[in-house]
Design a protein around this ligand. Structure first.
Ligand SMILES: Cc1ncc(COP(=O)(O)O)c(C=O)c1O
Length: 327
């Protein structure tokens, strides 16, 4: 975003990781140096240290680090041993990885609508789409606000379903429930966090963390991330290689003490926008349904590139991509 100010053009990126790097490099670089000196790149001591720190933050018993936020959702879903036709209820208003992980674990994503206030999944809508094939509910916590997990837990308990929290964007988020603050990761059967560099706690590459307070699940997840065997060369089942690099764990441990103050700064900036924009009327008074054809077009129109220099190869690629979507 480029804004004009009295002094000229002000460049406002959506995120400035270089500014963050400059502020903390004196803390992070020695931590990386220590891992390099030790040469313990895979499952070195920084990994279990980060696992306990994140589990502690989430008020959960176990932290199990893995290679990405996507895997932090996929592995708990795999631990459900889904059969073809089994359903997992989630929100359509999320990043692609949520439903993608359900599909890759062998389940069918079923979408429930979101609440207008928070844009997080609506527990009443969840209840409306439950079927005998539902195996789990996967709320996604967005914009720093936790979904109403406490209203999904009784539904899940009554039907023997699991709640898996997608907290990829919500590390450190909390919700007041019955007078008590509950953390993202505290209430679900399992929770996945992402350390993608642009996340609130970002690594210098990909990374993820699962947390759970279920001992048996923690053991299973530790196996699933390591080719099905927690002990070297003993493989009880087919898993995968989804470990967090020791170097990434060291970066995250160095950044973690800053998380609370960074989150507070984000909140301050949001309030500043709220205040600075509070007198702008949002809406022109049009109710949904007043302009039905334009509203329909808004939902359905897909603009295709037609610029004169398009090559036949590009045209074919567009056609193939659209056909692929419908397949
Ligand atoms: C809501 C949500 N779920 C899952 C993911 C996947 O995380 P990762 O990119 O670390 O695989 C992301 C991250 O982009 C996300 O925003």
């Amino acid at each position: 975003m480029a804004l004009l100010s009295d002094t000229g053009v002000v460049n406002v990126p959506l995120l400035d990781l270089v500014a963050q790097y400059r502020a903390i490099k004196d803390e992070v670089l020695p931590a990386l140096q220590a891992v390099i000196e030790s040469q313990q790149f895979v499952m070195g001591p920084s990994v279990p240290r980060l696992e306990s720190a994140i589990a502690g933050l989430a008020h959960a018993k176990h932290g199990i680090a893995c290679a990405s936020g996507t895997d932090a959702l996929l592995l708990p879903l795999q631990a459900l041993d889904l059969k073809p036709g089994d359903e997992v209820v989630t929100t359509p208003f999320t990043f692609f990885a949520t439903a993608g992980a359900i599909h890759n674990a062998g389940g069918t994503p079923v979408f429930a609508d979101v609440e207008p206030g928070t844009l997080n999944i609506d527990p009443a809508a969840v209840e409306a789409v439950l079927t005998p094939r539902t195996r789990a509910v996967m709320p996604v916590h967005l914009y720093g606000q936790m979904a109403a997990v406490e209203r999904m837990l009784p539904l899940a308990r009554a039907r023997g379903l699991r709640v898996i929290e997608d907290a990829a964007q919500a590390i450190g988020a909390r919700r007041r429930i019955d007078g008590q603050w509950r953390m993202a990761g505290e209430l679900g059967w399992a929770t996945g966090f992402s350390f993608f560099p642009s996340k609130n706690l970002g690594a210098w590459g990909d990374g993820g963390m699962m947390v759970t307070s279920d001992d048996a699940l923690a053991e299973r997840l530790r196996k699933l991330r390591l080719h099905g065997g927690a002990k070297q060369y003993h493989h009880d089942e087919v898993g995968t290689n989804s470990r967090l690099d020791s170097l990434q764990a060291a970066v995250l441990l160095a950044k973690l003490p800053h998380l609370a103050s960074w989150s507070a700064r984000r909140r301050d900036h949001a309030s500043y926008y709220d205040k600075g924009l509070s007198d702008i009327p949002g809406d022109l008074g049009y109710k949904a349904g007043r302009l039905p054809q334009a509203e329909r077009a808004c939902r359905e129109v897909l603009s295709l590139p037609v610029f004169p220099e398009l090559t036949q190869q590009q045209l074919d690629h567009v056609i193939e991509t659209i056909r692929g979507f419908y397949r």
